[in-house]
Design a binder for this molecule. Structure first.
Ligand SMILES: Nc1ncnc2c1ncn2[C@@H]1O[C@H](COP(=O)(O)OP(=O)(O)OP(=O)(O)O)[C@@H](O)[C@H]1O
Ligand SMILES: [Mg+2]
Length: 446
């Protein structure tokens, strides 16, 4: 992508309405535009990151054996009357009446609809286990939408639903989700800690929230700080192996980590003082096991191996896809702008041309552009006729993790400069070596 042809409406001034750094930078970097309270357009740069996050979610769900589908944003109210939640959900639910006076709602979540799909098509234990998920827009008429995409009214969520024959199988699905989520967040450069949570309107006793530590987080969290050192890394996990998956969950949930809703001061006080931490966190996901809460009232039953009709055991599992952009920026920025982790960056590398119009410099930039593109590493090439300072400021603000700077002085020695956005360190090398280095770095981020 050439910046001269792109749509990157960068703002020079700090927008007055933005109270936290992620909101400020997303507006300034031309990633989103607010259209109404808590409702945003995703401008090209923001949309690229959103898609990167979706890609990672899809890849990790596939690895765990979960199956994508797509349900609509609008749902018939009758489904929610069956589960009893139509009246319970309250004012957060956006209710709509169509021209035939039928009640619809803009889905805040999809337990009812997925249960309806399941009961229409599945009747035997032989079709289990089954986990279906989608990534779809949700609407919750939040009282106080704020912090940009962190607490929107319309927001993008990955929500998955497991159907299992009994509690043990459903708890395995729960664990599978926990492990797949751990890797999902790690690939986004985040440390998201599973914390025991309270269940809220979804229901059920077994539930964990995933929290990213950040001063601007809305949840108060209490934890043993050794939990932040745990990493799944690139371990190969057999998602069908119940013991292995349960073992990983145990590893990540044994140290104390809770939100204010489930905090237990007596237990907390048993942690060695040096490791006892109180802080704030951003909820980027939550998993639930809720037994037969929906399958019973909605008649989602299968025939078991003894020929009996039994309601299936279910759980639901959500990732805040759009909120993640804010969470990642809160966790990774400096006073110049965003610092994207390689896993989610909108472009892997930027090219800055220090002397637009100089034949040799232009040619070197074009050469880099072609070589990177040929490797599937689409660069963002700043080919505008701008001062170097302005180009650097834009690159720093939008936060691409790597920048290649090309100018006549370096080229005289056959060199360009490769700069890390995170450390600010630069290294001179040949254009070929720079391309190789970038390819090497991104080999770890498919
Ligand atoms: N208003 C919102 N804006 C953006 N993302 C949201 C919003 N509400 C929920 N999410 C994201 O969707 C995920 C799954 O939804 P869930 O039903 O668990 O939300 P929730 O517990 O009601 O969230 P919160 O406590 O922050 O209101 C959350 O973990 C969060 O990351
Ligand atoms: Mg939640």
């Amino acid at each position: 992508m050439r910046l001269s042809r792109y749509f990157l409406p960068v703002l020079r001034e700090n927008p007055a309405e933005a109270q936290i750094v992620s909101h400020r930078y997303m507006l300034r970097a031309g990633m989103i535009k607010q259209q109404a309270a808590g409702i945003y357009s995703w401008l090209p740069l923001g949309y690229r990151v959103l898609r990167r996050i979706e890609d990672i979610v899809h890849q990790e769900q596939a690895r765990a054996g979960h199956i994508p589908l797509l349900m609509p944003t609008l749902q018939p109210a009758d489904l929610w009357r069956e589960s009893g939640r139509y009246d319970d959900y309250g004012q957060e639910m956006l209710r709509i009446t169509d021209r035939h006076k039928r009640d619809l709602l803009y889905g805040p979540t999809n337990e009812e609809m997925i249960t309806d799909i399941f009961r229409s098509h599945v009747g035997s234990y032989k079709d289990l286990p089954l986990t279906l998920y989608h990534i779809q827009w949700k609407f919750r008429d939040e009282i106080r939408p704020r912090f940009g995409v962190m607490r929107g009214r319309e927001f993008l969520m990955k929500d998955g639903y497991n159907f299992d024959i009994d509690k043990d199988a459903a708890l395995h699905a729960y664990n599978r989700h926990m492990v797949s989520y751990l890797r999902t967040y790690e690939r986004m450069g985040l440390t998201a800690i599973p914390m025991r949570a309270a269940s809220g309107p979804i229901g059920g006793d077994n539930t964990h929230e995933f929290l990213v530590l950040a001063a601007t987080g809305e949840s108060e969290v209490f934890y043993d700080d050794r939990v932040t050192g745990l990493k799944l890394g690139d371990r190969v996990v057999d998602f069908d192996d119940r013991a292995e998956v349960a073992g990983i969950c145990k590893e990540f949930t044994t140290l104390y980590a809770r939100t204010d809703e489930t905090h237990d001061p007596a237990l907390f006080d048993q942690i060695p003082e040096a490791h006892r931490k109180v802080g704030r966190g951003i909820e980027v996901g939550q998993i639930f096991y809720f037994s037969t809460k929906y399958s019973e009232p909605m008649g989602a039953v299968v025939v078991n191996d003894k020929g009996e009709r039994v309601p299936v055991h279910m759980g639901s599992h959500g990732i805040g896809v759009s909120r993640l952009l804010g969470a990642i920026i809160e966790a990774s920025h400096d006073d110049k702008g965003i610092i994207w982790p390689e896993g989610v960056t909108p472009f892997p590398v930027g090219i800055v041309n220090l002397k637009q119009g100089d034949a040799a410099t232009d040619a070197a930039c074009e050469g880099l552009y072609k070589a990177l593109t040929a490797q599937g590493l689409e660069p963002l090439y700043d080919d505008r006729d701008e001062r170097a300072g302005a180009k650097f400021a834009t690159m720093d603000l939008i936060g691409l993790p790597w920048r290649i700077t090309v100018g006549p002085r370096g080229l005289a020695n056959g060199k360009v400069e490769l700069t890390s956005r995170r450390t600010g360190e630069s290294e001179e090398m040949s254009p070929e070596a720079a391309v190789d280095r970038i390819a090497q770095i991104y080999a770890a981020h498919p």
